[in-house]
Design a protein around this ligand. Structure first.
Ligand SMILES: [Zn+2]
Length: 412
């Protein structure tokens, strides 16, 4: 256990609170000299900077030090079925520059990832930052991803992507660690980091063309054995019995509560609707049939969530995705079923609410995934050792040294 390498000091300071060397010594139990030698590489890299103290005037240097999230950059992308967002963020996940464009995932990995790299180069030029400032890349894709390799696995709506080595392709342009995950998992990370940092047991549910969820249990995002944990759209619900789903089976939740299914029900009532946005427009205009259809979709989703609530006992369910933009009607339907059918003990502290992060949740989550990887204490220690061989205890293993070699920013 590392009690005070540079990486651990950075981890402490990443909460944003400035601290003195004495504060850091108190937290870690290390002596002042040890703290100073461990801070030195962080100060050199610009990851930690002295803060201007209002009280300290007359040219005396400030005694307090703080994390400097602008020292380096992370590239983050959220690639959906028909749109993609790519952003540069600082090391706190704050978006520095962002672009969203219409882009079909079915164009294939080369076309999509080339656009991504080209757009990032443009962002770097606009912000006058060198490509070497990027220390990691995070990418969300709309299908199952084997997180350890960054390869999509049998994604249903992504022809050409199955088994494609996304990190290797992106590294031809940006030679840094590339982390890839399912888009809904990243929305869960993004929503949690920006709105619910203290919620250790939450479900982020996306209701759009498909229905999926990201599950955080015990403070850890759950990916499961094959990266499909939280893939709840194909759980059978009673009202869908006998209805064909695009996955080839029948009775799936998605086949009656996904946006295309709700739109189809509205067309049967003579209304014009094909997408989730069409449904949302009708609901917002006060159309009674649309409101009822969305509320019923909420009840059907609630039937599925009822099982999840019993199974992992979350304290928070956040609902996002295009259909969630219809506001309280969808949430009301979900609450109706979940509160009626789950046990009182499981629901007494359960909050079910609409996503507040909106469309940016995915890209923020991708940034957080990349930052957490790049700034993990052991990797920062390995960084620091390269700057100052022998400057502190190095417990790095070879694999980490290799990883950090890929992500090592240019020393100033
Ligand atoms: Zn299905």
């Amino acid at each position: 256990m590392d009690n005070g390498g540079p990486g651990e000091l950075l981890r402490i300071l990443r909460d944003g609170r400035p601290r003195t060397r004495a504060d850091l010594a108190g937290i870690t139990g290390l002596g002042r000299a040890a703290i100073s030698s461990r801070l030195e590489p962080l100060l050199k890299l610009g990851l930690v900077v002295p803060v201007s103290d209002a009280a300290s005037t007359g040219g005396r240097p400030s005694a307090r030090l703080a994390f400097n999230p602008g020292a380096r950059l992370v590239a983050a992308a959220d690639v959906g079925a028909t749109h993609a967002t790519v952003a540069l963020t600082d090391l706190s996940g704050r978006i520095v520059r962002e672009t969203t464009e219409r882009l079909e995932i079915s164009c294939g990995p080369e076309a999509v990832l080339d656009w991504l790299a080209m757009t990032l180069q443009g962002h770097l030029e606009t912000k006058k930052r060198p490509a070497t400032d990027i220390i990691a890349v995070g990418i969300g894709l709309p299908g199952p991803v084997e997180h350890s390799t960054g390869k999509p696995t049998s994604p249903p709506i992504m022809p050409g992507w199955d088994g494609f080595d996304v990190p290797a392709y992106v590294q031809q342009t940006f030679d840094v660690p590339v982390l890839v995950d399912n888009d809904v998992n990243l929305m869960a990370l993004g929503e949690r980091a920006t709105r619910w940092p203290n919620e250790d047991n939450m479900i982020f549910l996306k209701v759009a063309t498909g229905i999926g969820s990201g599950v955080v249990s015990g403070g850890i995002l759950q990916r499961g054995a094959a990266g499909v944990a939280g893939d709840v759209g194909h759980i059978a619900v009673s009202r869908a019995a006998g209805i064909q789903c695009r996955c080839g089976k029948t009775a799936c939740l998605e086949a009656i509560a996904g946006a295309p299914a709700v739109a189809a029900q509205l067309r049967e009532n003579g209304l014009e609707a094909t997408t989730g946005n069409d449904v949302v427009s009708l609901v917002r205009s006060g159309d009674l049939a649309a409101i009822q259809a969305v509320r019923q979709a909420g009840r059907d989703i609630g039937e599925m969530l009822n099982m999840c609530v019993s199974f992992i006992n979350p304290s928070l369910i956040v609902v996002g995705g295009s259909l969630a933009q219809s506001g309280e009607h969808l949430i009301a339907g979900i609450r109706e079923t979940v509160y009626a059918r789950s046990t009182p003990l499981a629901t007494q502290h359960l909050n079910i609410t609409q996503s507040a992060t909106g469309p940016e949740a995915g890209v923020v989550g991708a940034s957080i995934l990349a930052v957490e990887y790049a700034l993990a204490p052991q990797r920062v220690n390995d960084f620091a050792t390269r700057l100052h061989p022998g400057g502190h205890q190095n417990t790095g293993d070879l694999q980490n040294v290799e990883l950090i070699a890929q992500s090592s920013p240019t020393a100033p």
